[in-house]
Design a protein around this ligand. Structure first.
Ligand code: GDP
Length: 299
């Protein structure tokens, strides 16, 4: 899977290399070269703050010394790792029973697949899991989640298309409590097109869950497609506003992922990154490893 991650981020590291080409051929590090490096890092989506930090690092005592591509990439990787390390945090198991994990994100981000992957992982860790098909707007989403539930052998609470998502979440908690389930994962609709409806719906789900347990939902996990770059960044903004996001899962890091976005997201929002998706199968969910990620991005 590490190959998949490094393969997925190849475009990011190559683009960084292309942007830095003129620098790599220079022998010494002067002000002008530092400017060029900073610009190259900014256009590689790493964000201005990160670009400036790397510039400062390189400037430290390195003037008039030979600068190798390897050394520059090493410094970039080190700085990226520093930003990613504090946000690398797996989902915690909580004492609450059931622990309710609300999963949010736009359609197509990989929400359904991620729910199945998480469920399988929790099962492997000895937890009992139940799913709730709360994306009641898409019949396909309900159907797909049912297929996953059957495949991994976990119970699922599902209603009809167009049903009330908050009512379904309430029923799911009731059943999970009755069956002594450890973790309940609730899917939600991801229609960003109608922000006020989405906001109302998520608020209603929260209200209903909170009535059963004031701390519920215990986790609100936003699923983001890493291939969408800055689009994913603006999704964080929107979802932070409509739901109280507690953490992220980044998907499709095996694809043509835009790694710079991940760094910019970590820097700007500081939200925990619980795991990453590196493929379409059930076992393609991995812990978020800052050192690996930094190396994959820096190349
Ligand atoms: P949803 O609409 O957000 O529920 O998204 P789905 O879970 O249906 O996923 C949308 C598409 O992305 C499907 O074809 C998935 O197989 C695919 N997908 C999900 N996660 C990943 C991942 O980590 N890597 C790759 N390559 N594809 C993924």
């Amino acid at each position: 899977w590490r190959d998949k991650l490094f393969g997925g981020l190849k475009r990011t590291s190559e683009k960084l290399g292309t942007n830095l080409t003129s620098v790599f051929t220079k022998a010494a590090l002067d002000e002008q070269t530092l400017d060029e490096i900073e610009e190259a890092l900014i256009v590689s989506d790493l964000g201005p703050a990160m670009a400036l930090r790397i510039r400062d690092r390189l400037a430290e005592g390195k003037f008039n010394k030979v600068l190798t591509e390897e050394y520059i990439r090493e410094i970039i990787a080190e700085e990226i790792e520093k930003v990613l390390t504090p946000v690398a945090r797996p989902l915690e198991f909580r004492a609450a029973r059931p622990q309710v994990i609300l999963v949010i994100g736009v359609n197509g981000s990989g929400k359904t697949t991620t729910i199945a992957k998480l469920a399988k992982r929790f099962q492997e860790q000895g937890r009992s899991v139940m799913l709730a098909a709360g994306d009641t707007f898409r019949a396909a989403a309900i159907g797909q989640l049912k297929v996953w539930a059957e495949r991994i052998g976990v119970p699922i609470v599902a209603g009809k298309e167009g049903g009330d998502a908050a009512g379904l979440a309430f029923e799911a908690v009731r059943q999970a409590t009755e069956q002594n389930i450890d973790i309940l994962i609730v899917d939600t609709a991801g229609r960003l097109q109608n922000r006020s409806e989405l906001m109302d719906e998520l608020a209603k789900i929260r209200r209903v869950l909170g009535r059963l347990d004031p701390a519920s939902p215990h986790d609100v996990v936003l699923v983001l497609d890493a291939t969408t770059g800055n689009n994913a960044l603006s999704q964080i903004e929107v979802f932070k506003e409509v739901a109280q996001v507690t953490g992220l899962v980044m998907t499709k890091l095996d694809g043509t992922a835009r790694g710079g976005m991940l760094v910019a997201a970590a820097e700007k929002y500081g939200l925990p990154i619980h795991a990453i998706g590196v493929g379409e199968t059930i076992d393609d969910l991995r812990p978020f490893d800052p050192a690996d990620m930094a190396k994959a991005i820096a190349g």
